[in-house]
Design a protein around this ligand. Structure first.
Ligand code: CMC
Length: 433
């Protein structure tokens, strides 16, 4: 028998009963889709604190346990036994690839890494000092103008081509945005390199000097990509779903995701965390941590410890654990343990993990705290951090978009509201206002 929930009203209206849906794991869900039709009432849940906006079979998070699964596989296993392209395949198609499937997929991605030559003229319209996320939002949106043969959201084949194009071209676009900001020539992709190594080369090589690929750094970047590949219904993913629910094209929907990710409460946190470290450094470094923490605790200051806390994880973010490991590996490989900025980050981490304020509120370092440090060590400029996050998350956005479009229950997203504005009134002539 299906479980049900009955809603009683204190105003004498008749009680209504709703089915309760049970997923494979996680909280049960009260199916209130008929609430408005039955009662003329809406539910009120700004910030979606208690609302499941869709059903999904892609990513599962248990925030209390600190557990993250992609298609049932623990993130710890994926990060240590698979590479990013295998993870992309898993997210998109539901299963880990066989050797032949992996080779085929990697080949398809590799052969789509170049962007339309005209793209560089589009890029030229931007100021050189523009924020890379502003540029990337534009470039990704512009893909729909450059690849009109894969913009039909309702055509599964076109969606698949747009998926491959997006995954393949994001590293090229991010690297182009970086090169443009530096005034350096663009470096074309090279098909004999891995996904992460190719990105690093497009970032750091110049026509006068090739980039020497360092395996530790390539592995670190590949891990950053895996850990950021999907995270169920977060703000940017919900934005992509909402945007695509109108039937717009995949490139436009992913551009909306990029725009949402930019915010400091979401993907912008890695940049904000590094900016925070620089500020503390400028004020005196480790000696000033106490003062800074006092500011964070002061509710009137609005200062937050960036890179700490998470809406869902009320335990250590499992991605942060893996990223912390990578962070130490990279700092060791580059001999950066004594770098003042990294020392400061480690001191901040230690104090925050022991301080009653953070312990009580279950505010642990999140993945962005460490990924910012790793990216900085690799040589990626702080302003580009969120663009790297967007590159990695693109596959998750696409997988979620595909899932939504294939769901027979999907409808255009259209939340309702509790109206608190003026009741009907008449426009008076301007002389009487
Ligand atoms: N520093 C100081 N206090 C904090 C922080 C922080 N980073 N995060 C939460 N708190 C406090 C907050 O003031 C509140 O205290 P009180 O109960 O005394 O009023 C309590 O903890 C609960 O905070 P909240 O704002 O209700 O929590 P939330 O779930 O709405 O916010 C968050 C989650 C990620 C927006 C928030 O923790 C935050 O702003 N963190 C810093 C930004 C950051 O690192 N974001 C990256 C998230 S991970 C990447 C991703 O998945 O996008």
């Amino acid at each position: 028998m299906t479980d049900t929930a009955t809603l009683q009203f204190s105003d004498g209206s008749p009680a209504v009963t709703f089915p309760i849906l049970t997923g494979t794991m996680g909280p049960q869900v009260i199916d209130i889709r008929t609430l408005y039709a039955k009662t003329g009432k809406f539910t009120y849940d700004p910030g979606f604190l208690s609302t499941a906006a869709c059903s999904s079979a892609i990513t599962y998070i248990d925030g209390d346990k600190g557990e993250l699964l992609y298609r049932g596989y623990p993130i710890e296993q994926l990060a240590t036994r698979c590479d990013y392209l295998a993870t992309c395949y898993l997210l998109l198609y539901g299963e880990l690839p066989t050797r032949a499937e992996k080779d085929d997929f990697a080949g398809r991605v590799t052969h789509h890494t170049m962007v339309h030559e005209q793209m560089q003229f589009f890029l030229r319209g931007f100021r050189r000092d523009a924020h890379p996320m502003a540029v990337l939002t534009g470039l990704v949106g512009a893909l729909s103008a450059f690849y009109p043969d894969s913009i039909n959201l309702n055509d599964a084949h076109q969606r698949d081509i747009s998926a491959i194009r997006l995954i393949a071209k994001m590293p090229t676009l991010v690297a182009m945005a970086y090169k443009y900001s530096m005034g350096q020539p663009y470096i074309y992709p090279r098909n004999d390199l891995s996904y992460a190594a190719n990105f690093m080369r497009m970032m750091f090589a110049t026509p006068c000097e090739d980039y020497q690929v360092n395996d530790v750094l390539v592995r670190a970047l590949d891990r950053i990509f895996i850990l950021h590949a999907d995270h169920e219904q977060n703000a940017s993913t919900s934005t992509v779903r909402m945007c695509a629910s109108s039937g717009t094209n995949p490139f436009a929907a992913i551009a909306a995701g990029v725009a949402c990710l930019w915010g400091p409460a979401h993907g912008g946190a890695n940049e904000a965390a590094l900016t925070m470290l620089y500020e503390i450094q400028a004020q005196g470094g480790v000696a000033k941590i106490g003062e800074f923490i006092a500011q964070v605790k002061d509710k009137s200051s609005s200062v937050r410890l960036m890179g700490f806390g998470h809406r869902v994880y009320k335990n250590y973010d499992p991605r942060a654990k893996l990223m912390r490991e990578t962070c130490y590996e990279v700092l060791t490989a580059l001999g950066l343990h004594d770098d003042p900025l990294f020392k400061l980050a480690m001191a901040l981490e230690k104090i925050a993990l022991e301080d009653e304020y953070f312990v009580q509120r279950k505010l642990y370092p999140n993945v962005d705290f460490y990924s910012g440090i790793v990216q900085k060590a690799i040589g990626i400029p702080v302003q580009l951090f969120t663009a790297v996050f967007a590159l990695a998350r693109t596959v998750g956005w696409i997988a979620q978009l595909n899932e939504m479009v294939s769901d027979p229950e999907y409808k255009i997203g259209r939340p309702r509201q509790l109206f608190t504005g003026a009741a009907p009134r008449n426009v008076r002539p301007i002389s009487e206002r």
